[in-house]
Design a protein around this ligand. Structure first.
Ligand code: SAH
Length: 264
């Protein structure tokens, strides 16, 4: 395998994955092992990953820090010639606030790279043992959220997104289940019978799965005491585990030739 190296004075944005420390990428792990300074998102990054850092590595939890303070640490470290890792939960490109960090590093003329990670959606799908794109059911996956302190543009209001149908994964929204259900139904495609799965802390030892329909999921989530750190999956695909797949994929169909296989 290629020998990945962080350059002295470089910042690596690394996706830590959803929680299970073994779900970080090989490259992300190598970055952590080489780091001399790590700033990690303490609320959702598994601290076991920090055991991979060398003892001399300087480690900061970003949870109590504001953007300026995070940037100060990253920039001072990089300017001091350190190998710096900014460790984000899941994949850094989703709800990770990395764009403004990269912009500040550009302004400070510090070089950086991004190493992707396994986002919560895919950890939740894996825990459920559920494909999110089934022929004849849905070929589209939307990753979205309800507005919280961060607003969502009007055109992307959940009731508008819900008009598409398809498979929808919602981040940062489990604390607003009643609103979520109202919005999803308002789209006019989903019904009270549409299946919903909620995965709390996917891939962590205390993971919980709650499954129901738009009719009862808000109550089931409340009964389970889940108010944060959960991913919500909505869509007809979720029926396949009980009812079977309506149409097998063309990919492995004997009558379907493609670049790597002739027709049987
Ligand atoms: N960048 C992250 C998302 C950060 S936003 C990623 O790619 O996964 C934080 C939200 O992500 C949480 O509120 C929750 O909705 C979701 N989340 C993160 N980790 C999760 C996990 N292990 N299980 C379920 N949801 C998770």
């Amino acid at each position: 395998m290629n020998n990945f190296e962080i350059a002295p004075g470089e910042v690596l944005f690394v996706g830590a994955g959803p929680g299970d420390p073994e779900l970080i990428t090989v490259k992300g792990l190598k970055a952590l092992q080489q780091a001399e300074l790590v700033v990690y998102a303490g609320s959702l990054v598994n601290p076991e990953l920090l055991d991979e850092c060398v003892p001399a590595c300087e480690v900061h939890d970003s949870a109590p820090l504001n953007l300026e303070q995070v940037l100060q640490i990253l920039i001072a470290g990089a300017k001091g010639g350190k190998k710096v890792v900014r460790l984000h939960t899941g994949d850094p490109a989703l709800y990770g606030a990395i764009q403004e960090q990269m912009e500040a590093l550009d302004a400070a003329r510090i070089s950086y790279r991004v190493i992707p990670g396994v986002t919560a959606t895919f950890a939740a799908a894996a825990s459920l043992k559920q494909e999110l794109t089934l022929p004849g059911v849905s070929q589209t996956l939307v990753l979205t959220r309800l507005a919280g302190r961060t607003p969502v543009p009007d055109s992307e209001a959940l009731r508008n997104i819900a008009r598409i149908g398809g498979s929808i994964c919602l981040y940062l929204s489990v604390g607003m289940m009643d609103k979520l259900v109202t919005e999803l139904l308002a789209g006019g495609v989903f019904t009270p019978q549409t299946p919903v799965a909620v995965v709390y802390r996917a891939s962590w030892p205390d993971e919980k799965i709650v499954e129901g329909s738009l009719a009862d999921i808000a109550e089931l989530v409340a009964d389970a005491g889940i108010t944060r750190q959960a991913l919500i999956l909505v869509g007809e695909v979720l029926k396949a585990r009980q009812q079977g797949v309506p149409e097998k994929s063309k990919l492995y169909d004997a009558g379907f030739a493609h670049g790597y296989r002739d027709k049987n």
